[in-house]
Design a protein around this ligand. Structure first.
Ligand code: AMP
Ligand code: GLY
Length: 423
């Protein structure tokens, strides 16, 4: 079969490489891909942008694509999967309705509450005065969230109502997140460790992916501002068998029952961001796609044929599939540009890529890179994700750092404590 992967980051680089390993995959098209990322012979990069929904559908038709896999959330929220399905094209990713679980925090919170999925208490507002009055009536730590997609920046943790007032002002009055902040959610602040759990679903059945944990803050010891993710590891020991049972029953089964009750089809990834509170696991948010950089540690551990499983999900046959994992652990160290997630430079030459890829167990996934006159240069905040497999988590981490340390560019920054919490 021919496969198309939409997106151009590290997660998509891991997806195309994994899908290309499938004996069933004849060709894997990658659009827009990343010209700097080295790819095997089965992979062909195309130039259609991830937000050009019609252009992508035309690409899929003209290249006889049998299965399209969508990496980022924005095209899903914009309705890419609806455009494809209307043309009879198979696509792994929810339509606009299902993608609201990620695209609208007010919608998803109402969904959780309606279907008995454990979550923090919250209310939605579009009027500043009403929102601020509510915050004042709840003199506890609160979380203010912009309703729509805000590139991971729309969540503001507030110690008291004064901080909540500033956050509400920023979002509702100053429009810091534009239209994504037309509504806000004010949520009680929960405490506990966090874990991400991803499931592949066809809307009826689901298959959990291997557990993984990412590292959202930019500096060691979880200090500094939030980022898109500075690294990840898998498996996550915190996700015990007992916890898995609860999460299956209380989060995923209820979510699928809720989606069916509301007649929302959902073929794609349900990625639950959970907090393990003293009262049990509670959901903070759903994403409607693979995590980045979680995918870069989960997919290298997958023994099953990903193309076959995703195709089965598209055809409502997920029940026929099983996911098998290697016993090896995986760690991914993200190499970021100095200054990220604030202002950072682009265009710095990167050396050591070949040496890093040759280290035992290592894979180099390109995220924010570009080609300039034949030289690979930095082109984004998160530049590269260096994954390594190892017989133990310790081994995987050591190998990932050995490979990460072989790479050099001006301003290179990475956390030195990836997976430290599990070791
Ligand atoms: P979200 O985009 O909803 O996952 O939020 C991003 C991050 O904000 C999460 O990973 C948590 O660290 C934090 N967060 C979100 N909601 C809450 C909450 N209700 N209580 C405490 N922290 C939260
Ligand atoms: N790693 C967090 C995310 O993909 O949203």
């Amino acid at each position: 079969m021919n496969v198309l992967v939409v997106g151009g980051g590290g997660r998509e680089h891991a997806l195309v490489e994994t899908l290309a390993q499938s004996p069933q995959a004849q060709k894997v098209f990658w659009s827009p891909g990343n010209p700097a990322a080295p790819c095997g012979p089965k992979i062909e990069k195309c130039a259609v942008a991830a937000d050009d929904l019609g252009g992508l559908a035309t690409l899929a038709e003209s290249r006889a694509v049998d299965l399209t896999v969508v990496g980022p959330e924005a095209p899903l929220v914009a309705g890419l999967a609806d455009v494809f399905r209307a043309k009879g094209l198979r696509v792994f990713g929810p339509g606009r309705d299902g993608a609201r679980l990620e695209g609208s925090k007010v919608f998803s919170k109402r969904f959780f509450l309606k279907h008995g999925i454990p979550t923090g208490r919250a209310e939605g507002f579009s009027d500043f005065d009403q929102a601020f009055a509510f915050a004042k009536r709840h003199p506890k730590p609160l979380v203010v969230k912009a309703d729509g997609l805000a590139a991971g920046k729309g969540v503001i943790l507030c110690r008291d109502h004064a901080e909540a007032g500033r956050a509400l002002n920023q979002i509702l009055r100053e429009k810091a997140f534009g239209d994504a902040g037309r509504e806000v959610l004010i949520e009680e602040r929960l405490t506990g460790p966090e874990v991400s759990v991803m499931a592949i679903t066809d809307g009826k059945d689901f298959r959990l992916l291997a557990s993984a944990q990412d590292h959202k803050r930019v500096f060691d010891g979880d200090e500094g501002p939030n980022t898109g993710g500075m690294g990840a590891y898998s498996p996550a020991a915190i996700f015990t068998a007992a916890l898995e049972q609860r999460v299956r029953a209380e989060i995923f089964e209820r979510t699928l029952a809720g989606l069916q009750a509301e007649r929302i089809p959902f073929c794609g990834v349900l990625y639950a961001g959970l907090m393990l509170t003293p009262d049990g696991p509670k959901i903070l948010e759903y994403n409607c796609r693979f995590g980045d950089p979680e995918t870069q540690v989960v997919l290298p551990r997958l023994k099953s044929d990903l193309a076959e499983v995703l195709l089965a999900a598209c055809e409502g046959r997920l029940a026929e599939t099983a996911l098998e994992w290697t016993g090896e652990a995986a760690a991914c160290v993200v190499l970021a540009a100095g200054g990220y997630p604030g202002v950072f430079r682009k265009g710095d030459p990167i050396s050591g890529l070949t040496a890093a890829a040759a280290k035992p167990g290592a894979r180099v996934f390109h995220a924010g890179t570009a080609l300039h006159e034949g030289q690979v240069v930095t082109n984004g905040g998160r530049v590269l994700g260096i994954t390594a497999l190892g017989p133990t988590l310790r081994g995987a981490v050591d190998r990932a750092y050995a490979a990460a340390d072989a790479i050099a560019f001006d301003g290179k920054h990475c956390r030195r404590d990836i997976a430290a919490r599990a070791l």
